[in-house]
Write a protein that binds this ligand. Structure first.
Ligand SMILES: Nc1nc2c(ncn2[C@@H]2O[C@H](COP(=O)(O)OP(=O)(O)OP(=O)(O)O)[C@@H](O)[C@H]2O)c(=O)[nH]1
Length: 609
């Protein structure tokens, strides 16, 4: 974890990278800075110092990769240049998996030059035409005046989000796990966001959600724990407020936030852990009630998300119920907790729309930044800021990483199993790698005997809408027709027959014991969570130690007690038994015992690193 000792809370105007700060010339990527930029900057600085003005503000120089493009101006381009600009936009959109950010009035070297009102209007008009040309829409995120000025006219820079209009269910899908103590207002907030109706303080919004859940349970959907909030290409909310169905929401959305609702399961830490390890959330939203502050499971949930390296943002709810002073006390309490050496986070208070934009950008650039929202699901206060944030929140992986995952062999993690009338067996889960199409032949396993069984994928649905091609990272339900449901269990994988899945009964992991009550030694039994795998395992041996105490590290050999599992080397692992807790990662997979069919595993040893 990055050491930030000594760092206090930052206001959005003072970011680590200087991006969006409008602040000093703090630079990040020295490599890509051009000599021309440096010289120009020096000259202007000298001139400003002579004129007794503050030096001009900079962004970091434009990066060649990624989805952010700087444009000084886009006034009346020739047809030839327009075509070039449109192609460039297409490429930036690809980099951002359907989203790009244009900074207008900014030189490639990051200098915030600014444009006159007329030039800015003309540039935005051109950008809109470019977007139309490539099937996208634009949203003006913010306009700011540049106070550094060589003449007397006001100059502005504009930050514009360009988003592709959805086609063929290929919307950008971000998963957010919702954490928080009992009654902190998680379900209510989800109800308000996804149904578009405020709460009455007595659980009305939550009831709406239940109606929807019921509908989902009786319908044919992936999982009861998923709630969806869409944004269209113009950045407008698409939810159930206009009595839309899930299908319609998917159809009209360019971006989908899927909340993994762990509410109602607060007593069951096991389920919360499963939600975090198995559903691969991109982010976690920790809801804290303003009037109770850090209470109950708040600390534990924060610790879990951090241990699993899921970036967290915090929502302080119910601000309508208490005084400003109480809200501030809760925020201060959170800031103290976040800044503790174990957390090393930088809290970032979001108090306005500008902050929300900065928070969304900074959040994915630095693993330390933790945005904090203070809102009410009853009065609706500051709810808009959370929506702005969710609308802009970029995906963590870029198109290149996504492309690489898609090139790999198909691997689908089975998280849920259903029997649906007229359809047959249906599995819900996430495609970890590759692509999956209707009619694809895969193998599923491991069974208790360590085998993989052949099957054929029928129809595929994402959020209850038919989908022809499933791509790596997407969650979906797959119909398996008459495949015997009793042969399946959660934690299995469906993979390409070309793959040699690394299954094992015994494995080694480098672990750190976070907390223990009884001694942790050979013979101890714990529940191990690795991705969607959850099984009791016995500690077979601790390398070089007899027992382990809180805070100590060791390489431990575990043995699953029931059946072999498919594990990946390097996978994150979390284990617990009562108050005993630990984290680590898988370092070695041991060949399955002789009683297990080894058809798929001859090369096991070769795969150990
Ligand atoms: N006044 C006020 N009440 C709220 C707000 N948010 C939630 N509530 C109320 O708080 C109660 C609990 O909210 P829930 O959404 O059920 O809390 P939860 O965190 O989902 O609870 P579990 O599912 O049990 O973990 C409900 O009666 C809500 O009406 C808010 O912003 N203001």
């Amino acid at each position: 974890m990055v050491d930030l000792s000594g760092n206090g809370a930052v206001s959005p105007g003072h970011t680590r990278h200087g991006q969006g700060s409008g602040n000093t010339g703090k630079k990040t990527s020295k490599k890509s800075r051009t000599k021309r930029g440096k010289r120009g900057r020096k000259r202007r600085n000298k001139k400003n110092i002579r004129n007794n003005k503050t030096p001009p503000p900079y962004f970091p120089p434009e990066a060649e990769e990624g989805n952010i493009e700087y444009k000084l101006k886009l006034v009346n381009p020739t047809q030839y240049r327009f075509e070039h600009l449109a192609t460039q936009l297409k490429w930036r959109l690809q980099e951002g998996r359907g989203e790009a950010v244009y900074q207008i009035g900014v030189e490639d070297n990051g200098l915030l030059v600014g444009l006159s009102e007329a030039d800015m209007r003309a540039s935005l008009k051109t950008l809109k035409r470019m977007a139309e040309k490539v099937g996208a829409d634009i949203t003006l995120l913010r306009e700011r005046e540049v106070d550094y000025d060589l003449d007397r006219n006001t100059r502005k820079i504009a930050e514009v989000l360009v988003r592709k209009v959805p086609d063929d269910q290929q919307f950008l899908d971000l998963r957010v796990a919702v954490l928080g103590n009992v009654d902190s207002g998680k379900s209510t907030l989800l109800g308000v966001l996804t149904q578009g109706e405020l709460d009455n303080g007595r659980g009305r919004a939550r009831l709406n959600l239940f109606r929807h859940l019921h509908e989902i349970q009786t319908g044919r959907t992936s999982s009861i724990s998923f709630e969806i909030l869409g944004f269209n290409s113009k950045g407008e909310v698409v939810n159930y407020s206009e009595s839309r169905t899930a299908e319609q929401i998917c159809e009209s959305s360019s971006k989908m936030i899927t909340f993994i609702d762990l509410a109602g399961h607060h007593k069951y830490l096991k389920t919360t852990i499963f939600g975090l390890t198995s559903y691969c959330p991109d982010f976690a939203m920790l809801v804290v009630s303003a009037n109770t502050g850090i209470a109950g499971t708040t600390r534990e949930h924060l610790g879990l998300a951090m241990a699993l390296k899921v970036p967290i943002f915090i929502v302080v709810s119910k601000v309508d119920l208490c005084s400003r002073g109480t809200v501030e006390r809760t925020v201060r309490q959170l800031e103290r907790l976040l800044k503790q050496p174990g957390c090393n986070k930088i809290p970032l208070m979001v108090s306005g729309a500008d902050d929300a934009v900065t928070a969304a950008q900074q959040f994915t650039q630095s693993e330390c930044i933790t945005p904090i929202f203070t809102l009410s699901s009853v009065s609706g206060e500051s709810l808009e800021l959370l929506k702005v944030f969710l609308n802009i929140l970029p995906p963590l992986s870029n198109s290149k990483e996504q492309e690489e995952l898609m090139q790999q062999l198909t691997e689908f993690q089975v998280d849920e199993i259903y029997s649906v009338p007229d359809v047959g067996t249906v599995v819900g889960g996430t495609l970890y790698s590759g692509v999956c199409r209707e009619g694809e032949r895969l193998v599923v396993g491991p069974t208790d005997e360590g085998r993989f069984l052949r099957l054929k994928v029928g129809s595929i649905q994402r959020n209850r809408s038919a989908c022809r091609v499933l791509r790596a990272g997407q969650a979906a339900t797959l119909a398996l027709g008459s495949f015997d449901r009793s042969l399946l269990r959660k934690g299995m994988v469906m993979v390409s027959p070309k793959m040699n899945p690394t299954i094992c009964c015994q494995f080694e992991a480098a672990i750190v014991l976070l907390f223990h009550a009884k001694t942790f030694r050979r013979g101890s039994q714990v529940t191990v969570h690795v991705g969607n795998v959850r099984q009791t395992a016995t500690v077979e041996c601790l390398h070089g130690k007899d027992e382990l105490r809180t805070g100590e590290r060791a390489v431990v050999r575990f043995c699953f007690i029931k059946h072999p599992e498919y594990l990946r080397l390097g996978a994150k692992l979390l284990f617990r038994e009562g108050v005993t807790k630990g984290i680590g990662h898988v370092t070695r997979l041991l060949p399955p015992s002789q009683n297990h069919d080894q058809n798929q595993n001859q090369d096991q040893n070769q795969q150990e690193h």
